[in-house]
Design a protein around this ligand. Structure first.
Ligand SMILES: Cc1cc2nc3c(=O)[nH]c(=O)nc-3n(C[C@H](O)[C@H](O)[C@H](O)COP(=O)(O)OP(=O)(O)OC[C@H]3O[C@@H](n4cnc5c(N)ncnc54)[C@H](O)[C@@H]3O)c2cc1C
Length: 310
């Protein structure tokens, strides 16, 4: 390990060999070679600039609720974007820092009688992670309510991008895949009675409680739903990853301490003694079972960070 990235303009330093497992909802994986938290746009830009100058790769982490960190950890620098808030830019627009939690933003909007995000109540993680993966719930994608993004590219150039140019799709925001780091997002909002918004948020929370294994560590949906145009399935089989895994007999399947949830087959849970390698092998078994049963190749929604066998 070298000397790592230099300090931020405010004097804060990257920490070496920092454990990441407690910063993920699966609770698995090894340490970051170098680690820092960024709680504002200034800190995030400072951290990215220090990593660039140090010639190291940068990995972004939000709430760690959609990632599988390798047991060997992550080489280079991990920047955890955490905290910050929201503000109303105009009557129809709310701007949130990437590190704000989705739940914090939902509450903030409801308190002010602003409709847009209440259906995402209960989605773990941050605004940055939600934009990266285009967080979905009840058939809706978060990209539908985004009007613009502020991003920084790998050369440090900051730009404002309209939502249409961000390439939101079922696999996430294409822009995020091009090495852009999200600084903040603008959401289109409409005035609404807070009581109505609270009811919608509670309905989403209740649906989650009924359908997701919230008592066990997981990272949400392991696989994206296949594109109905690409999968030719029997008419009685829904084109949803969970349904395909269920019908392929994967509910309850285990590798080591990792298990396919009995509650929702698209959730892989980590039991006692589980390792990231167990979860990774179980992902492979799930793909093989669905390919054999339906000829469909499931694509992981879960983001793999660090080295895994190919
Ligand atoms: C119990 C449970 C329920 C869930 N339910 C849902 C659900 O209903 N719908 C849904 O879509 N997901 C769901 N998820 C998955 C997860 O909550 C979402 O994908 C969430 O949006 C991820 O946000 P995060 O901050 O935790 O991202 P992380 O897991 O920390 O990161 C995910 C990816 O985003 C990247 N990233 C993070 N911040 C930034 C940034 N600022 N700029 C660029 N890239 C960034 C990371 O590098 C990584 O590639 C669930 C997860 C759990 C554990």
């Amino acid at each position: 390990m070298g000397s790592g990235p230099g300090p931020l303009p405010n004097g804060r330093r990257f920490r070496p060999n920092h454990p990441l497992a407690p910063l993920t909802t699966l609770g698995l994986g090894g340490p970051a070679e170098w680690f820092i938290e960024a709680g504002s746009e200034e800190e995030l830009l400072g951290a990215l600039s220090a990593v660039r100058k140090g010639g190291l790769p940068a990995t972004l982490l939000g709430g760690g609720s959609n990632v599988l960190v390798s047991d060997h950890g992550i080489r280079g620098a991990v920047i955890r974007v955490k905290g910050g808030g929201a503000r109303q830019v105009d009557r129809r627009t709310v701007r949130a820092f990437a590190g704000m939690t989705v739940n914090g933003l939902v509450r903030w909007c409801i308190q002010r009688g602003l409709a847009a995000l209440e259906s995402w109540a209960g989605t773990p993680g941050t605004v940055g992670g939600a934009i990266h993966g285009n967080a979905h719930f009840g058939g809706r994608e978060v990209g539908e309510v985004v009007t613009g993004l502020r991003v920084v590219d790998d050369a440090g150039k900051v730009e404002t991008v309209r939502a249409e140019a961000a390439g939101f799709g079922p696999g996430g925001a294409a822009l995020a895949g091009q090495g852009r780091v999200l600084l903040s997002a603008d959401f289109g909002v409409q005035p609404e009675d807070p009581a109505v918004l609270r009811r919608r948020a509670r309905a989403s929370l209740a649906f989650r409680k009924r359908t997701q294994p919230l008592a066990q560590p997981s990272a949400g949906c392991a696989f994206r739903n296949p594109d109905p145009g690409e999968a030719s399935l029997p008419p009685d089989v829904p084109c949803a990853a969970g349904a395909l895994l269920d019908r392929a007999g994967m509910k309850g399947a285990r590798v080591g301490g990792a298990r396919v949830s009995e509650v929702h087959a698209n959730f892989l849970t980590a039991g006692p003694g589980a390792t990231a390698a167990d979860v990774h092998r179980l992902l492979g078994r799930c793909q093989a079972a669905v390919a054999a049963a339906f000829g469909v190749r499931l694509v992981p929604e879960l983001v793999l960070l660090g080295d895994f066998p190919s």
